[in-house]
Design a protein around this ligand. Structure first.
Ligand SMILES: Cc1ncc(COP(=O)(O)O)c(C=O)c1O
Length: 356
């Protein structure tokens, strides 16, 4: 792919801020390219981070034909930059594209565009514990109404420095289990990373917030019995400090890259590991008895997020005395050590960008 690099006057470049939260500050440049049936992907460029000009009839604004990804760049102790399994995000982007009737992008070129963008914007990768969040996305751009797949698309990548995903930092978070509403159904779009899944979850997310919870844990849509995943994370349960269980990839949950990494790493650290259905009532009884010794979410944004309590049907179930458990602590340490290049990566999960 030929990428045009658009120059920006230095007076128009924002300085890298010293303080940032999560997802509210963006680097000066973005990658974008366009798709049309006659030209395929074209007009690839790295240019200023700036607004799109879209007609009010644009397809994505009405029918939500949209996909996205999320990965991060980490500052290594030697000053270079690590990406973590980015090729998995490229693959999942195309899986989401297929499900949403959108054109695939060339995975190698997509990654190459991200590498080039970060090489130019390397100053925006903060020091640990912060990181640079990378958000690739694709939107349907036909300026016309009508429920059918768009002919034209915009693919873009934006970047922004991020700190902790939760205000709690690496501390337990309270999680609300929705008894009434469901996120996704097998055969639906739950295993694609598409905006509609998240839009449909916001109502319950707000309800959870008013009750003092920071995330929602979703149950399966058929029986409302089996645990699926949290809003932006997969979920893991530790039994008696020894066995780590996470729900299987049923088709209605997102196949998380952190989840996959945790499964591999936990097995190598000597824990018994299983992908098994988790019955919510049995799990809560296990929390009560102490058999479920830890619960944590895992995902790119928070890496590992210990769960301090569940709220379900107006009852609270406190986990591990609301403390960070040893398994979550160890996995967080091991995983972030590899991501930040503090430790040798025995899995070949990191891709380094040399800063010249
Ligand atoms: C719904 C959902 N589940 C799970 C995850 C975790 O996936 P990953 O570990 O690839 O970030 C995410 C975040 O991307 C998500 O949005």
């Amino acid at each position: 792919m030929e990428i045009e690099i658009v120059s920006i006057e230095s007076a128009d470049l924002k300085p890298v801020p010293k303080e940032f939260g999560f997802g509210n500050v963006f680097a000066n440049r973005m990658f974008s390219q366009h798709y049309s049936p006659d030209k395929g992907w074209h007009n690839a460029k790295i240019g200023p981070y700036e607004p799109f000009s879209l007609y009010p009839a644009t397809a994505v604004l009405h029918y939500a034909q949209e996909i996205f990804e999320g990965t991060k760049a980490y500052r290594r102790p030697d000053g270079n930059i690590n990406l973590f399994r980015p090729w998995e995000n490229m693959k999942r982007f195309n899986n989401s594209a297929r499900r949403m009737a959108m054109p695939a992008v060339d995975e190698e070129s997509h990654l190459e565009a991200i590498l080039q963008l970060i090489a130019i914007e390397h100053e925006w990768v903060p020091d640990a514990p912060g990181s640079l969040y990378i958000r690739p996305a694709m939107i349907a751009s036909d300026p016309a109404l009508g429920v059918h797949a768009s002919d034209t698309y915009i693919h873009f990548v934006i970047l922004g420095p991020v700190g902790s995903y939760f205000k709690e930092g690496f501390n337990p978070v309270p999680v609300y289990i929705s008894d009434t509403y469901r996120r996704a159904v097998i055969g639906g779009t739950g295993d694609a990373k598409t905006g509609g899944n998240y839009a449909a979850s916001l109502f319950v997310g707000e309800e959870a917030k008013t009750k003092g919870y920071s995330q929602v844990l979703w149950l399966d849509a058929i029986e409302g019995r089996y645990v699926e995943e949290v809003g932006a994370m997969n979920i893991c349960f530790v039994y008696e400090g020894k066995k780590l269980v996470t729900p299987p990839l049923s088709g209605s949950i997102l196949p998380g890259i952190t989840r996959n990494s945790v499964l591999r790493m936990a097995a190598d650290l000597g824990y018994e590991v299983a992908e098994e259905p988790v019955d919510v009532q049995e799990m809560l009884a296990g929390v009560q008895s102490g058999k479920v010794s830890e619960v944590f979410g895992c995902g790119t944004a928070a890496v590992i997020a210990p769960v301090g309590k569940f709220g379900y049907k107006d009852e609270e179930h406190v986990i591990n005395n609301y403390d960070v458990g040893p398994v979550a602590q160890r996995l967080y340490q091991e995983l972030t050590d590899i991501q930040f290049g503090r430790k040798e990566d025995p899995y070949g999960w990191t891709q380094m960008i040399e800063v010249k």
